[in-house]
Design a protein around this ligand. Structure first.
Ligand SMILES: Cc1cc2nc3c(=O)[nH]c(=O)nc-3n(C[C@H](O)[C@H](O)[C@H](O)COP(=O)(O)O)c2cc1C
Length: 160
């Protein structure tokens, strides 16, 4: 059976919920691992979170991480949109991971107002493509719809 991994960061649970839906969907076709990023240095203060994300700071990921993704056929990377971009934990992971050459990658993000949501996945796509990813697709879910499985199915339709 082919292998997949879903790597995500979630501060308040929305991206985690979406990652769960995606895992359930992928598991129908792939043996699927899940990696939740847990930064050691994440602030609990909104403004500080925004500033760090906006300045493109990388979070300190102290946990044992699967960084080499060469054994996976499908790689999914998910983040909340923070200050028009990815959260520092995902920025750190996407910078450090390897083995993306010729891989299929699904990028996903959850968002609030929607400001910066396209820029967020666009930057993620540029990074994984620069690392050799072959086929890069993405989907976005507004935070008020994260619990709605129908919206997830619609947005992620055809990706797996
Ligand atoms: C620090 C911070 C910055 C945010 N910046 C944005 C933003 O620029 N654009 C947007 O649409 N939503 C923004 N949001 C809303 C989140 O993207 C949204 O609530 C997301 O679903 C949270 O995901 P999570 O529950 O997995 O942490 C921000 C939220 C936080 C906490």
């Amino acid at each position: 059976m082919k292998r997949a991994i879903v790597v995500y960061y979630s501060y308040s649970g929305n991206t985690k919920k979406t990652a769960g839906f995606l895992k359930d969907k992928i598991t129908r076709k792939f043996q699927t691992d899940v990696l939740e990023l847990k930064p050691a240095d994440e602030s609990r203060f909104f403004l500080k979170q925004c500033v760090r994300a906006f300045r493109k700071v990388q979070a300190d990921l102290k946990q044992d991480l699967i960084l080499d993704l060469k054994d996976y056929d499908l790689i999914a990377l998910g983040t909340p949109v923070w200050a028009f971009g990815m959260a520092p934990a995902m920025r750190s992971y996407i910078d450090k991971c390897k083995g993306l050459s010729e891989k299929k990658v699904i990028l996903f993000a959850t968002y609030g107002s929607g400001v910066g949501k396209d820029k967020c996945v666009q930057e993620m796509a540029e990074i994984v493509k620069a690392k050799g990813a072959d086929e890069v697709r993405s989907f976005l879910i507004p935070h008020y719809d994260v619990k709605n499985g129908d919206v997830f199915e619609q947005k992620s339709n055809g990706l797996v």
